[in-house]
Design a protein around this ligand. Sequence first.
Ligand code: AMP
Ligand code: ZN
Length: 114
Amino acid sequence: MNDCIFCKIAAGEIPSKKIFEDDDILAFHDITPQSPVHFLVIPKKHIRNIMELGEGDILLVGRLLNKAQELAVSLGCAEKGARFVINCKADGGQTVDHLHVHVLAGRPLAWPPG
Ligand code: AMP
Ligand code: ZN
């Protein structure tokens, strides 16, 4: 049984505050927002992390980033900008093992990360 929380969100088994959905991609607000705008863009296909992407995923990843950009613009982030983040595995701070792009915006964000 697939107990991946983001697969369950993609299947509608766990509720989310959806921003966008099509056959391949879902975007929803992060449940613990770290900035005034904080949403996640995921492929509906279960890909564990960016290390596991294959050549067959190139188009999907392009669409994922394009959708992240498009939604950031539609949520008013074009002028001041945003941060697009993909955490990967333990050292990258990944806590949900289903590929996702974080989009954070709405306040100045510090760098470097902790
Ligand atoms: P990461 O640490 O990069 O794996 O990010 C996982 C993100 O998923 C965190 O920012 C969590 O707040 C978020 N998250 C976990 N569960 C949910 C959920 N049910 N709905 C929305 N966001 C979630
Ligand atoms: Zn999954």
